[in-house]
Design a protein around this ligand. Sequence first.
Ligand SMILES: [Zn+2]
Length: 492
Amino acid sequence: MRIAIASYGQETSSFSPVPTTLETFELYGLFEGDEILHKCREVGSIGGFLQTMDAGLDWTPLPIIHGWAGASGALTAETLDFFADKIRTGLEQALPVDAVYFALHGAAVAEQAHDSETYLLDIVRAVIGDDVPLVASLDHHANLTQGMVDGIDALVAHRTQPHDQFETGVLAGQLLLGILRDGTKPTTAWRKIPLITHQEQFLTSGGSMKAWFDLARDMEAGPGVLSASTLPMQPWLDVPEGGWAVAVVTDGDQSMAESLADELADKAWSMRESFCRLDSITPEAAVRQGVAAEGGLVVLSDTGDSVWGGATGDSTTILAELIRQQVPAMTLVPMEDAETVEAAIAVGVGGTLTTMVGGRQDPIFGRPLQVTAKVAAIGGGRFDVQLLGFESFDPGRAVLLEIGAIRLLVNEKRGIGGNHPAVYEQFGIDIADAHMVVLKTASNWQYYQQWISEVIRVDTPGGTTSHLEELPWQHLPRPIYPLDADFSKESS
Ligand SMILES: [Zn+2]
C-alpha cells in the first residue's frame, strides 16, 4: 500500500499583529520527503501514525511535507501557496496512492483563505480524486467546517489537553487501517455549536470539559463507532464559520452518527455557563498569593499572553507587578524582545543596563516597561527539546537579566514563552531553586509538573485575554454564546 503523508499545523489568532511566514514554520522545523520519516518517527501525530501503520500493514510511506508553526497571526498568501504547491506537486509525483494521511491543526487562516485547511484539502482531492481514502487528525481546538468534513473520509481530534499529539496519530492510523485492511466504511455526522469561550476551563482533567470528553469516549466504546471528536474551538478565531463543533464517525451507520452527534452537541450546550467561569485573579493578588506560598514552585499563568494561543509573548503586566512588590525569592520570567537582546549583548555579561523591555508588538495591549537589570548571561540558539509534537526549536539569541530576585529570560525570536524548563536550564538554572515561574500559557504547564505546588491564573491583558467580549469581533456567526445574550441553540 502506498500512503501519502502531509502535515500542516498553525493556530491563527485573528487579533495577533504578527503574520505567520515560512520563517515561523522553520523555527519549529519544516521538513520535506524522507527527512519527515527521520525527524518525526518518535514525536507528534506523524510519529504515532508511522508507528501504527508499521505495526499493522505492509506499506510504503510517501512523505511530502511537514510544517508546524505554533500560534500567531494569519499566514501570508505566499506561505499558504508554498504548502499548496508542495502538496500538489508532491502528490502528483507520488501517484498512484492508495490513501492519504493529513495531520492538521484545523484553525489556520491565511490571507487568501479563512479556512486554509479546506483550501489545501481541495488541492489534495483535485489530485487524488474522491475515491482514495483520506484520513485526517486535528487539534481539538480546530474550527471544523463544512469544507473540511466534505474533504475528509474519517477524522479524529486530540482527546486531552495537554495535547496528545502522538496518540492522535495512533488513532488516525487505526482509522486508516480499518479502511484499508478491515473494510470499514466510515461515515461522518457533525454539528456546529454556537459557542466560543475563553480557555480557563479548557483542561480535560476535570470539570465540564472532562464530562464532555468522557461522553465521547463512552460513545467510542459502543459498537460501530470509529471516532467521536469534541472540538472546543480556540477562542481567538474571528471567521465566518467559527464556533465549537462535534464530529462522529461510524462504520456505515449514518443515522447512528447523526443521533450521537446531536447528543454530543447538546451536552456541551447544556453546560455552556460552566465553560465560561473565570478562575483568574488580578496580577496584584496573584503575585501576593505566590510570594506567600510555601514549598514547591508556583506557576503564574499569564492568561492574556499565551504564546500557544497566538499572543505576542512580550507582555510586561506580571513583570511590572513582580518588580513593584519586590519579590524576595527567585522568579523566572520569559520575554520576547529582540531589541533588549541586542542592547544586553552590547553591554556584555556583568554589565548593567537601563532599558525599555517588552510591550512592543501588541498594538492594543502592549506596554513597554523600563527596567534596570544586570546582564547575567548570553546564549541561545537552536536546542533539542521534545514538546508539542516537534523535536527541536530555535528561539534565536537569548540573554538572562537579573532584576533583584527576578531572572528575566529575553529571547530574540518568537518562541515557547519559557513554557519548557530547558530554556532556563541552558543557563544553568535549576528549576528546583525557583519559587515562582511565569508561563505564557493558560494550560500547558505539564513540563514543570515535577516541581509545581500551585498554579495561579492571572487575569492579564493581551491577545489571549479571557475577556473575549473586549475583542473587536467582525466575522463570527451571530448569535453566539456568551457574546450574545442567552438564546436557544435551535433558533440559531
Ligand atoms: Zn490546541
